[in-house]
Design a protein around this ligand. Sequence first.
Ligand SMILES: Nc1ncnc2c1ncn2[C@@H]1O[C@H](COP(=O)(O)OP(=O)(O)OP(=O)(O)O)[C@@H](O)[C@H]1O
Ligand SMILES: Nc1nc(=O)c2ncn([C@H]3C[C@H](O)[C@@H](CO)O3)c2[nH]1
Length: 212
Amino acid sequence: MKQVPFIAVEGPIGAGKTTLAAMLANRLGFPVVKEIVEENPFIESFYENMEDWSFQLEMFFLCSRYKQLTHTVNGYIGKGQPVISDYHMYKNLIFSERTLHGVERDKYRQIYQVLTGDLPRPNVIIYIRASLDTLLQRIARRGRPFEEGMDPAYLKQLIEDYDAAMGKLSAGTDGSSTVLLTIDGDEVDFVKNEEQFETIASQIKELVYESI
Ligand SMILES: Nc1ncnc2c1ncn2[C@@H]1O[C@H](COP(=O)(O)OP(=O)(O)OP(=O)(O)O)[C@@H](O)[C@H]1O
Ligand SMILES: Nc1nc(=O)c2ncn([C@H]3C[C@H](O)[C@@H](CO)O3)c2[nH]1
């Protein structure tokens, strides 16, 4: 093994990132890093009025993820221990490029570069793609109150943004070398179908112990 396995699970809202990251961590015996959501003091206000609250919300996510990743590097990756995370730092840009505008977006981009420039990047990304219908169903079933009024057009846009961003990351245009494993979340049900989950786990094992 040449690199310490640093695996990120990504995909639009409700795709199943946290669920799959936890299942894989359990199966492979790796620690899991989960994003901080409910603690974000701006999330309810953001979903009520994105225009007014996006800068505060994006800055909170960016700073908390920066802090969390720094701890992860010091506690695990820097010591040669593998980690599975239910997000990639690049997620900050996927969302902020959509929600911020003008001066706030320019300032955010600069802060993003300063905070993330020297942080290690995942060497494997598991990208869960799913249709708008599937995502809306899962979000509704999960029942977070602040997501109840989410505009489907926002989610649809994020699906497209994710496709564009994952293509860019896998092509390595940001200077990193990343293996991208894409899962069709409409067809593959890793929660109910054990065989399908085992296939994903085997693919990851193979990548981790043979390629990276
Ligand atoms: N393959 C699946 N089949 C059916 N339900 C699923 C599947 N994956 C996840 N779910 C359910 O869908 C909901 C969303 O999953 P989860 O919270 O893991 O998504 P997420 O991508 O981490 O969401 P967020 O972007 O909001 O952090 C949860 O209720 C989960 O139990
Ligand atoms: N705008 C914005 N920027 C982010 O970086 C970000 N990360 C997560 N989220 C939203 C999606 C789910 O509702 C909920 C849980 O993922 O929080 C975000 N929203």
